[in-house]
Design a protein around this ligand. Structure first.
Ligand code: XBP
Ligand code: MG
Length: 258
């Protein structure tokens, strides 16, 4: 029996490396299908990621890169249409097996389930995109493993606001000090810390240069027995020194009073 009260997972960048080869590719395909000559390169998308939320990101792009001023009144309808198209294409990328889980994610989730550790999700993304990811990678039952599954549909206020983590904590009704958050970005860390939660960061190509001094542990990924993680930092990094992969025992050691 684990002493962890809950594990709370971010989705994009944490469960799967979704941004560069997922959302970005799907945005570009949606733009092309609409006859727009917009193209988000990997480098540009890295800058646009500072704006959380797909619709918000498109509005920001139109404001700063297309019009140079507030987009026209009919932009909202175009954004809604493009976002729906992008999400359909994104779902298809998963159904074709072109996107998968990051190392250690499947193993850790299954270990937590076997030990009866409550699981939750806290993301800034639309619910339909979270369901696509979970169903195509972990199976159609997987959305039911996470309670609450908090997305932009339940909590529209985007990270770095702590709102989505506060919502999850209120629903879980547990001591925040005995929970652990898994995130991949600075915005995510700020959101979790704002809600008083301890955080493990697994970086990716877009987020590896962030400021994670406030995280318990910073890794390149969660690791597998045959594919060890690399420790990049964190206040409790010493606790991972002799480990190769993240398991419940290591995570419990990162919570308070351990
Ligand atoms: C995820 C995001 C989202 C996705 C696209 O952030 O920033 O905007 O890029 O999502 P986090 P939607 O991992 O911190 O939750 O298109 O569904 O809005
Ligand atoms: Mg993320």
């Amino acid at each position: 029996m684990s002493g962890l009260a809950a594990l709370i997972f971010d989705v994009d960048g944490t469960l799967a490396d979704t941004e560069r080869d997922g959302h970005r590719v799907a945005f570009n395909e949606a733009f092309a299908r609409k006859g727009l000559d917009w193209h988000w390169s990997e480098a540009l998308y890295g800058r646009l990621l500072e704006i959380p939320g797909g619709k918000e990101r498109m509005r920001h792009f139109m404001r700063h890169y297309v019009y140079g001023e507030e987009p026209p009144a009919d932009a909202a309808a175009l954004i809604t249409e493009l976002h729906a198209d992008k999400n359909r294409i994104y779902n298809q990328l998963f159904s074709e097996g072109r996107l998968g889980l990051r190392p250690g994610v499947d193993r850790l989730i299954r270990e937590a389930r076997a030990a009866g550790v409550p699981l939750a999700i806290a993301t800034t993304s639309a619910r339909e995109n979270v369901l696509a990811l979970l169903c195509h990678t972990l199976g159609t039952e997987a959305p039911g493993w996470f309670d609450p599954l908090a997305s932009a549909d339940e909590v529209p206020e985007k990270k770095p606001s702590p709102a989505v983590y506060e919502y999850v904590l209120a629903r879980l009704g547990v001591d925040p000090g005995r929970c652990l958050v898994l995130e991949d970005s600075e915005n995510g860390l700020r959101a979790a810390r704002g809600a008083g939660l301890r955080t493990l960061i697994t970086v990716n190509a877009y987020t590896r240069d962030g400021d994670y001094r406030d995280a318990e542990l910073v890794l390149d990924h969660l690791g597998e027995p045959d594919r060890p993680f690399t420790i990049l930092g964190g206040r409790s990094a010493g606790r991972a020194a002799d480990r190769r992969y993240v398991d419940l025992d290591l995570l419990e050691g990162l919570t308070v009073d351990n």
